[in-house]
Design a protein around this ligand. Structure first.
Ligand SMILES: Nc1ncnc2c1ncn2[C@@H]1O[C@H](COP(=O)(O)OP(=O)(O)O)[C@@H](O)[C@H]1O
Ligand SMILES: [Mg+2]
Length: 201
């Protein structure tokens, strides 16, 4: 049995969840962990001096819990999948490759987690498109006026700088491409890795 962990990072509304969900559907024996599921309860999210809730920081997330789940998966992917109700294909153990897809806006900023990724993608879109896409989404709680320019975008720039100072082997993806195009290029890339692993018995 072999495993690979694929990280799909990127800015808010870049298309991470869209890509990760589609990849998961197309890749046999894959599992998906989304960082959004690890946000702390609202009352535990820090507030800045302008009264803006600080969702765009690691402190707003249960990162240890998320990492524990990644490690749990790595130890026994088959068991992990069964526990969450996912089916696995019946193959010989030797050729079986299990894939964990991890998606989120801060998945490459938590240093202890970084050794876990075998492949890292980061979807990016320009400021104006990001702002436009975000304005059409309904968040809980909703973004207060001025939140994008006062909080979301500056934090994205800061987080991105931090990420790039920590890592070098990230594949950047143009999130302005059609959804199908984004999926196709990443899918082909990941399948190549899977096939290579299958060959290495
Ligand atoms: N390649 C794309 N082209 C145009 N719109 C996209 C693309 N990918 C995602 N979207 C749209 O952008 C919004 C955010 O996508 P989503 O995958 O939820 O982003 P994220 O998880 O990065 O915040 C959704 O309305 C989605 O349909
Ligand atoms: Mg998302």
């Amino acid at each position: 049995m072999k495993t690979i962990i694929v990280g799909i990072g990127g800015m808010t509304n870049g298309g991470k969840s869209t890509l990760a969900t589609r990849l998961h559907l197309q890749i046999a024996n894959s599992c998906l962990i989304a960082q959004d599921a690890y946000f702390k309860e609202d009352s535990n999210v820090p507030v800045d001096s302008n009264g803006f809730k600080l969702y765009d920081v690691l402190d707003a997330l249960y990162m240890e819990k998320m990492m524990n789940n990644m490690e749990l998966w790595k130890r026994d992917p088959e068991r992990f999948m069964k526990e969450i109700g996912l089916r696995t294909t019946q193959e010989s153990l030797e050729s079986q490759v299990f894939v964990l897809i991890v998606e989120g806006f801060l998945i490459f900023n938590y240093r202890p987690m970084n050794y876990l990724y075998d492949k890292k993608y980061f979807i990016e879109i320009p400021y104006n498109i990001c702002k436009k896409r975000r304005s059409t989404r309904v968040y809980m709680p909703p973004d207060p006026p001025g939140y994008f320019d006062g909080q979301v975008w500056p934090m994205y720039l800061k987080n991105r700088e931090e990420m790039e100072a920590m890592m070098s082997d990230i594949v950047f993806i143009d999130g302005l491409q059609e959804k199908e195009q984004v999926l196709d290029s990443v899918y082909k890339d990941v399948m190549k890795i899977i096939e290579e692993l299958r060959g290495k018995r």
